[in-house]
Design a protein around this ligand. Structure first.
Ligand SMILES: Cc1cc2nc3c(=O)[nH]c(=O)nc-3n(C[C@H](O)[C@H](O)[C@H](O)COP(=O)(O)OP(=O)(O)OC[C@H]3O[C@@H](n4cnc5c(N)ncnc54)[C@H](O)[C@@H]3O)c2cc1C
Length: 394
């Protein structure tokens, strides 16, 4: 990427994480003549806070979007197909098995370590002369003008953009500078993630199990490994993070049981505090929100990046449709209109399920039988649950 030699852009993307970098690439695929900038607070070419050691479950529709943008061919060999999902409740009867074959698919979805996406985007974006990267940098003021947004960076540099896209994650500062308000709920929970090595092949099975310690998701990875997402109450996280590796493997094995096999080793552990942050508006004058800045959800449902990819697809579609007035009122209204319902359904269902699972009472049949991951990957399971959560079904 060239260093900045001009300050007037079609689109400035604040935040060069998973959503912002993917958007930049998708926009350049659409129109290589667009003049773009990324403003990222991390100095590295790939943001280590976004492209960290986590793995993500991608719905089949999401891998199709990555294919459309020319990214999937290089990622598919590093991703692991999910062919079965097992949802169960530890210590109780009743479990659900969903297989790709039931849906006449070769896979229900894929699991990808996000560092692979980061490395690929870094390589692809590096050669783009139309893309300027300001990093480490952040926006300190946003001044709306009729045909553009005037931006001042913390180091005093000034830029202008027909459209500012804010993709700074859940704690975005520019979102507040641009006047958006956010609804928040703290779940008083953390997600602990780690990769687990297995003593036997996982057969492309993903597991979701509700245990007395909290829900545990196991996502299959290449080389006989699982990606673990373990949701625990805030009061338990410190103890779990401080266990040595052998004691941690033992703890997860005892909590989960042996249904998914014998865990032989654990990789690096990372914990994330969990909350819901939803912006009231999706757009304002010449500003659009994207990814976690728009909808920061509980990760056990594996919905966040899938939703962000659909945000990106819509924004790219509207830039294509309104290329002569990028960032104009009609374009942004169309983006907002196209995204609102999907975000409402997914965020409402995810939040409702998280609260149901945190409630230790038994009569949670629908939620427990469907499971969060299954809901993510099988669209027709999501809608009835969401409709119930939103009070549209009795
Ligand atoms: C444990 C876990 C598991 C998950 N599993 C899944 C899954 O299975 N499937 C799925 O779809 N999703 C999953 N997600 C969600 C997914 O990780 C997020 O949706 C995704 O990271 C959102 O990307 P983003 O770019 O919007 O935000 P972020 O990843 O937060 O990136 C924001 C970027 O903006 C930069 N930034 C922040 N503030 C500023 C500023 N003021 N100025 C400049 N730059 C700034 C940051 O440095 C960062 O690079 C999971 C999340 C977690 C935590």
């Amino acid at each position: 990427m060239p260093t900045d030699n001009s300050t007037v852009f079609d689109i400035v993307i604040a935040g060069g994480g998973m959503a912002g970098s993917t958007l930049a690439w998708a926009l350049l695929k659409l129109n290589p003549a667009l003049k773009l900038a990324i403003i990222e607070q991390q100095a590295d070419s790939v943001s280590p806070v976004s492209f960290d050691s986590r793995s993500i479950a991608l719905a089949a529709a999401s891998s199709a979007l990555l294919q459309r943008w020319g990214l999937w061919d290089e990622l598919s060999s590093k991703a692991c197909a999910i062919k079965h999902i097992h949802v169960s409740d530890r210590g109780h009867f009743g479990k659900t098995n969903i297989t790709a074959a039931e849906y006449q698919q070769s896979a229900l979805g894929y699991v990808l370590e996000v560092e692979h996406l980061g490395a690929l985007l870094s390589k692809k974006l590096a050669g783009q002369r139309q893309l300027s990267r300001f990093a480490p940098a952040s926006i300190s003021s946003i001044t709306p003008q009729q045909q553009q947004q005037q931006l001042t960076l913390a180091d005093g540099r000034a830029l202008s953009a027909k459209l500012l896209v804010i993709a700074e994650g859940g704690l975005s500062r520019s979102r507040a500078l641009a006047g958006f308000t956010v609804q928040q709920r703290q779940y008083q929970q953390h997600a602990v993630i780690a990769n687990l090595a297995l003593a036997q092949p996982h057969q492309h099975s993903a597991y979701e199990r509700f245990t007395e310690h909290g829900p545990i998701a196991l996502l299959p990875l290449p080389q006989q490994r699982y990606s673990l997402v373990y949701t625990v109450d805030d009061s338990a996280v410190e103890h779990i993070m401080q266990l040595d590796d052998a004691a941690f493997v033992d703890h997860v094995q005892q909590a989960f049981g042996y249904r998914a096999g014998v865990f032989s080793a654990a990789g690096k552990r990372v914990s994330y505090p969990l909350s819901l942050r939803l912006s009231g508006d999706i757009v304002r004058h010449r500003v659009a929100l994207l990814g976690n800045s728009l909808h920061n959800l509980h990760p056990i449902a594996g919905q966040g990046f899938n939703l962000a990819l659909r945000d990106i697809a819509q924004l790219v579609q509207q830039v294509a449709a309104y290329g002569n007035d990028i960032g104009g009122y009609t374009m942004l209204r169309a983006y907002q209109h196209a995204r609102r319902q999907d975000i409402n359904i997914v965020s409402t269902a995810t939040d409702a399920l998280v609260r149901l699972f945190s409630n230790r009472s038994r009569p949670l049949a629908l939620a427990r039988n469907v499971g969060l991951l299954a809901m993510t990957l099988c669209d027709d399971l999501k809608r009835p649950l969401a409709e119930q959560a939103m009070g549209l079904r009795s």
